[in-house]
Write a protein that binds this ligand. Structure first.
Ligand code: 13P
Length: 289
């Protein structure tokens, strides 16, 4: 059974560790990330963008797949299925499909007031159905699912206004960006993170763009109140490198090496290994025991 993400993130915030929120892209990703969480005895947030759901067929295909996989693998750790960067409309679709947690990303709306009004409405809807909800203040730079924003430092007062609506966790820009970080990246702004934390109290904060941030910065961010770290590109890189190696070694040309299960296996195994490494860095290993 899937759960919402509120309790697991409250525990992470109180316990000074973070949970990885890993994006799924397909069946292989789903099974690999679940296997990693079970082996690491870590609570898990599996998340999916509207674009990835479209690739899979629909939000419902994704939700049914994740639920069935949790059952089939006899997963004992708590698992939440979270909508990543949902538009206002996506939130309704994901709720109908059976997601247990949503993110409404109102940081791209024309005005902060629209973000505020829609977050308020969706907090009430999500909570009336037992779901958890994440909101966002301050665009996260980089490109994700075709959505680009200029990375910014979130305004602590705006964070407080959104936090006061009762969101369960809050994404705020602190210099982080999606995708691979450029060589001249300035790093995370711990000053801004501290200012936001001072205004939002024990609300779990979310760090998007978890790929490629040096471990010391990750751990400092966790110590300052980050409880959820979103990871997508990192696992794509792990999958791509393992698949490339298999092909470059000519293994697809040996015997029945072209069998799709054989072609996909190295990438799937690489996702399991990398997810467990990240759970170790974030401090969530053993937290579901
Ligand atoms: P990366 O792709 O940079 O890991 O970011 C993922 C993310 O923030 C999903 O919301």
């Amino acid at each position: 059974m899937l759960v919402n993400a509120a309790d697991m993130l409250k525990k992470a915030e109180a316990g000074h560790y973070a949970l990885g929120a890993f994006n799924t892209n397909n069946l292989e990703w789903t099974l690999a990330v679940l296997q990693a969480a079970e082996e690491a005895k870590s609570p898990l947030i599996m998340q999916c963008t509207a674009g990835a759901a479209k690739w899979m067929g629909s939000f419902k295909v994704c939700a049914d797949m994740v639920k069935a996989a949790v059952e089939a693998l006899n997963i004992t750790v708590p698992v939440a299925l979270h909508l990543d960067h949902g538009s206002y409309e996506d939130c309704f679709k994901a709720i109908d499909a059976g997601f247990t947690s949503i993110m409404y990303d109102g940081s791209h709306e024309e005005t902060f007031q629209i973000n505020l009004d829609r977050t308020k409405e969706l907090v009430e809807l999500a909570h009336s159905k037992g779901l958890s909800i994440e909101a966002e203040v301050g665009g996260i730079g980089g490109v994700e699912d075709g959505v680009t924003s200029n990375g910014e430092l979130a305004d602590p007062d705006e964070c407080k206004q959104i936090a006061d609506l009762g969101v369960d966790f809050l994404a705020c820009g602190i210099g982080n960006i999606h995708g691979v970080y450029p060589a001249d990246w300035a790093g995370l702004s711990f000053d801004r993170l501290g200012e936001i934390k001072a205004k939002t109290g024990d609300l779990p904060l979310v760090l998007h763009g978890g790929t490629g941030i040096p471990v010391d910065q990750i751990q400092k961010a966790i110590s300052l109140g980050v409880s959820k770290i979103n990871v997508n590109t990192d696992l794509q890189l792990a999958f791509a490198a393992a698949t490339r190696k298999y092909i470059e070694e000519g293994k697809d040309l040996q015997g029945k090496g072209f069998d799709p299960r054989k072609v996909l296996k190295p990438g799937r195994d690489a996702i399991v290994a990398r997810t467990k490494e990240l759970m170790e860095e974030f401090g969530s290993v053993g937290k579901a025991e």
